[in-house]
Design a protein around this ligand. Structure first.
Ligand SMILES: C[S@@+](CC[C@H](N)C(=O)[O-])C[C@H]1O[C@@H](n2cnc3c(N)ncnc32)[C@H](O)[C@@H]1O
Length: 280
C-alpha cells in the first residue's frame, strides 16, 4: 500500500485510513448495526453470534462489533471467513481499476495483517475467530443453526454469491438473519436479460436505469429469495420457522461506526440524508 508501513499501526486503534479500506457504501454499516438493534429488540435470540464471508480490512466486522457494544453490552461472537488472496478472474475483469487495486493489495498480504490488527482492537467480551480460506471449502464444515447473523460479502459474481447464500442458509438459527452487501439494484429495477448475460462480471452499468450495480448479486439473491429487504444496497432476510421473511428496521437508532474516519462518516451522513425517506 502506498505510504503505508505496518509498523505505524497503533495498538488498540483500528486502522481504516487507506483509501480502499472501506469498500462498500459507508451508509450500509448503519443498517448492519441496525440488524443487531433489531435482534436485541426482538429478544428471540439470547447469544448473538455473527459470521461474515468476506472481511477485507475488517470494517464490517468492527461494525458488527459496534452493534454488539451498543445493544448487547459487547457480548457475542464474530467469525470472519476470508481467503485474503487475489480472487478476480482477470480475463473477465481486465483494465478495471478497482479490481486491479484490490488484487494488488491482496497479493501483498498487508490486508490480512491490517485485519489482524483491527480485529484485535475489540473487547475480550466479544469472542472472535477467523478462518483463512475459500468459503466453498469452509462453510461445509460449520454446524447447522449456529449463527444469528450470516453476512455475505465475498466474490460478487453469480456462481460465488449463489453458493455462498445456499451454503449459508442452513447455518442460520431460527429468527436469525441472512444478509449481504452490494445489492445496489433488485431484479425488478434492472434490465433482467442484460443482468443474466453479464452475471459473471463484478460490476456493470444497467441499460434500463443507467446505474452501476453487481449483476451477480442481483440475479443470485432474486433466484433464491425473490424480493428482499434492502436499505441502500445492504440486503437481509429473517429465518422464521424455516421460511425466509422480509423485516423492517423502522425506528432503528442511527449510529455511525466509531472506526470510520471523517470522510466515511460524511459519506454515510449524506447518503443517509438522500435515502431516508424511501427506507424501511
Ligand atoms: C468486498 S471485500 C469484503 C469487504 C468487507 N466485508 C468490508 O465491509 O469491509 C471481499 C472480500 O472477500 C474475499 N473473498 C473473495 N472471494 C472469496 C472466497 N471465495 N472465499 C473467501 N473469501 C473470499 C476477498 O479476499 C475480500 O477480502
Amino acid at each position: 500500500m502506498e505510504n503505508f508501513n505496518i509498523k505505524n499501526l497503533v495498538k488498540g486503534e483500528p486502522y481504516f485510513d487507506h483509501k480502499n479500506s472501506v469498500l462498500s457504501a459507508p451508509v450500509r454499516h448503519l443498517f448492519m448495526i441496525g440488524v443487531i438493534w433489531y435482534l436485541a429488540t426482538q429478544k428471540k435470540i439470547s447469544d448473538v453470534s455473527i459470521m461474515e464471508i468476506g472481511t477485507w480490512f475488517g470494517a464490517s466486522a468492527l461494525s458488527w462489533a459496534q452493534g454488539l457494544k451498543e445493544y448487547l453490552d459487547s457480548r457475542g461472537s464474530i467469525t470472519c471467513i476470508d481467503a485474503w488472496e487475489p480472487f478476480f478472474d482477470l480475463d473477465v475483469h481486465k483494465n478495471q481499476k478497482h479490481v486491479l487495486e484490490m488484487e494488488k493489495l491482496l497479493e501483498s498480504d498487508l490486508v490480512y495483517k491490517v485485519f489482524l490488527h483491527n480485529i484485535n482492537t475489540l473487547p475480550e467480551t466479544i469472542n472472535t475467530q477467523h478462518f483463512r480460506g475459500k468459503s466453498e471449502n469452509i462453510l461445509k464444515f460449520l454446524k447447522s443453526d449456529s449463527f444469528s447473523v450470516v453476512f455475505i460479502d465475498a466474490d460478487h459474481t453469480y456462481n460465488y454469491v449463489k453458493d455462498d447464500i445456499l451454503n449459508s442458509m442452513r447455518l442460520v438459527q431460527n429468527y436469525g438473519i441472512i444478509c449481504g452487501d452490494d445489492l445496489n439494484l433488485q431484479i425488478s429495477d434492472v434490465d433482467k436479460n442484460y443482468a443474466i448475460e453479464n452475471m459473471n462480471k463484478d460490476f456493470i452499468n444497467d441499460p434500463k436505469t443507467n446505474k452501476n450495480y453487481h449483476p451477480g448479486v442481483t440475479v443470485a439473491v432474486n433466484e433464491i429469495f425473490g424480493e428482499v429487504s434492502s436499505w441502500g444496497g445492504f440486503w437481509a432476510m429473517q429465518k422464521v420457522d424455516n421460511s425466509w421473511k422480509k423485516f423492517s428496521l423502522k425506528d432503528m437508532p442511527i449510529i455511525y461506526p466509531n472506526h470510520f474516519n471523517k470522510s466515511n462518516i460524511k459519506k454515510a451522513q449524506s447518503h443517509f440524508g438522500d435515502i431516508k425517506d424511501s427506507l424501511f
